[in-house]
Design a protein around this ligand. Structure first.
Ligand SMILES: [Zn+2]
Length: 311
């Protein structure tokens, strides 16, 4: 992981995009310290804390979770002195997805004879989910929360349900720095959970309108507003293509196979487009934004897309 100073006392801790769970974090080293997102397991979060300790002398006083996915908050418990802040829907979603114990158990399937499960298990190889105690936010946001950290303004803005129901972005207007969480994936194919295309593109429009000079995405490298612009174009394109294939009665997997990714083909994990096709189909069928998703079926489909690409 790499610490980068974006403005005086404002840092990003960036991990290389190596697939599932490799996320970014941030530190505003003022007013006792505010950390934006922890990591997926305790060993990686300990390394994150050691990285921040190079510049922050005191224990961190505040942690903001941009949303509830484990790769942004399963290290929360290690910030023992911190107030944990997040959206009300983020806190409510803690414990709803696969648990740390379940993921730890899945790692044993890496050598099994189910190729899709084995591939998923191998993607977890570098993570250790033991010892995690889910530690949800206790300071809850509805629309926004404005903080003053020794004169530095930090605004936490609710922009969901875009990537998940409880998406929050962290904006430093004077420094023109914005931490987006997974509202933005950069050069990396986005996955959406609970939310809608309309809300996600509106969230990206809001990100662009804030006019940041530096954007820290949830996954992938730093960027400017070209990042959210490109991702918005990707979402609109995949939705339009999905409409065409939905109208032609193709399955989501068939649709995903036929979508020509064009300029987005170089983004990592292109097979995640199946998640986005699934979301589009749910919307075309008029289902609610938080309709249950058959995650394992989608991972199996993604495995098929990956294998087809490699063949
Ligand atoms: Zn993430």
């Amino acid at each position: 992981m790499r610490l980068e100073e974006l403005a005086p006392g404002v840092f990003a801790c960036l991990t290389p995009d190596r697939g599932l769970g490799w996320s970014n974090s941030g530190l505003v080293n003022r007013g006792g310290g505010l950390v934006v997102d922890t990591f997926w397991d305790l060993p990686h979060t300990r390394a994150l804390i050691a990285t921040y300790a190079r510049v922050a002398r005191e224990p961190i006083r505040r942690v903001v979770n941009t949303h509830h996915n484990g790769d942004h908050c399963w290290g929360n418990q290690l910030f023992e002195a911190a107030e944990i802040i997040g959206h009300r829907a983020c806190a409510a979603a803690f414990g709803r997805d696969a648990s740390p114990a379940m993921l730890q158990g899945m790692k044993a399937l890496a050598g099994g004879d189910d190729p899709a499960l084995a591939a998923f298990a191998r993607a977890l190889e570098e993570w250790d989910f033991t010892g995690i105690e889910l530690t949800p936010p206790t300071t809850l946001i509805d629309e926004r929360l404005d903080l003053d950290l020794d004169g530095t303004r930090v605004s936490l803005l609710y922009v969901g349900p875009a990537h998940t129901a409880g998406d929050v972005v962290v904006h430093l207007p004077e420094e023109r720095v914005l931490f987006t969480g997974d509202v933005l994936f950069r050069l990396c194919t986005p996955i959406g959970w609970e939310g809608t295309y309309a809300k996600w593109t509106a969230a990206l429009d809001r990100v662009i309108a804030l006019d940041p000079a530096v954007v820290v995405p949830g996954h992938g490298p730093l960027c400017g507003v070209e990042g959210p612009r490109e991702m918005k174009a990707y979402l609109e394109y995949v939705r339009a293509e999905s409409r065409r294939f939905f109208d032609a009665d193709l399955t989501t997997l068939e649709a995903a196979k036929r979508i020509d990714l064009g300029p987005y083909a170089g983004w990592t994990e292109p097979e995640r487009r199946l998640f986005n096709v699934e979301r589009a189909y749910r919307e075309f069928r008029g289902e609610p934004f938080d309709a249950p998703i058959d995650v394992m079926a989608i991972f199996r489909g993604m495995h098929e897309l990956r294998t087809a690409r490699a063949a």
